[in-house]
Design a binder for this molecule. Structure first.
Ligand SMILES: N[C@@H](CCC[C@H](N)C(=O)O)C(=O)O
Length: 283
């Protein structure tokens, strides 16, 4: 079987994109391919796989899979790339697109330069701090600056859902953190029945933050769009940042701009096509 794909990245968070308007992939095949092709030594190499499918009631449906083959409900960096792919490849001709995801429909405003999308702003919907909905197993209703005990020590954490689960911890420095040791301790902690994405954050000023992320199912990535939104939501709830203002979040692969309100979170950032390819799959 020959599979056409496009490699895209948003702030260095890279996925293999499949045009589902031309190629149909079942859930089982997508899970297997995500695991096989994401491997940076034995596959194409990526943080996961994204399929852009036709759907009623929206311009497309995004299905996203982490590098271990697990399906994610939402991906902030991928949704900007999906919108760019659709405009640049003529699937849509308008500058506002609506993409359905497992966490609902999201509207994306596109910036066009020389007939191609250079940047996209996504209305990500409201941040949710209710633990039972994230989900987090706890007797508390919310974890805001909560003392969380792990096998490697106590951390002050804030739990947030951006359609997918996040745990945010503010620290004095993040450069030297060994995330390959720390990340799995959070990801596989019994408090998180669906595992968790964890963000480690330094506050430089109310409108400038730096973060590193350990993503469930993919490990440390260069950026996480939902993670950056969760970080700003947590920064506002903890009194580090103001609501209603654009906050710059520095990630290993670039910057994202996030604006938090109680009703919704906006995320603005780059979307880049890296290359196209095709592979012969031995099925
Ligand atoms: N990189 C993403 C999030 C991808 C999904 C996540 N690992 C999960 O399983 O929830 C982003 O940019 O938001």
């Amino acid at each position: 079987m020959k599979l056409e794909f496009t490699k895209m990245q948003g702030a260095g968070n890279d996925y293999i994109y499949i045009n589902g308007f031309e190629t149909t992939l079942s859930q089982d095949t997508a899970t297997r391919l995500a695991h096989q092709l994401s491997n940076r030594n034995f596959g194409i190499g990526a943080d996961g796989l994204v399929i852009i499918d036709p759907v009623d009631g929206a311009d497309a449906k995004m299905r996203m899979y982490n590098a271990d083959g697990s399906e994610g409900k939402m991906c902030g960096n991928a949704i900007r790339c999906v919108a760019k792919y659709m405009y640049d490849h003529g699937i849509v001709t308008k500058e506002k697109v609506v993409i359905d995801t497992l966490s609902g429909k999201k509207a994306i405003d596109l910036v066009i330069e020389n007939n191609f999308v250079s940047e996209a702003t996504v209305d990500m919907g409201a941040a949710n701090f209710v633990l039972s909905e994230i989900p987090v197993k706890s007797a508390e209703a919310e974890w805001i600056d909560y003392t969380f005990t792990t096998s490697i020590g106590d951390y002050q954490v804030t739990a947030v859902s951006m359609g997918n689960p996040h745990l945010v911890t503010f620290l004095d420095e993040i450069h030297d953190l060994n995330l390959t040791v720390i990340g799995p301790v959070f990801e596989h902690h019994p408090a998180f029945p669906e595992r968790i994405n964890t963000e480690f954050v330094v506050v430089h000023s109310p409108t400038e933050l730096s973060m590193r992320v350990w993503e469930r199912g993919s490990g440390e990535t260069m950026a996480c769009g939902t993670g950056a939104c969760a970080v700003v939501a947590a920064a506002v709830r903890n009194g580090h940042s103001p609501a209603g203002e654009w906050i710059t979040v520095h990630l290993l692969g670039g910057d994202l701009a996030i604006l938090y309100n109680d009703e919704t979170v906006l995320m603005r950032g780059p979307a880049v096509e890296v290359y196209k390819g095709s592979i012969e799959l031995v099925v």
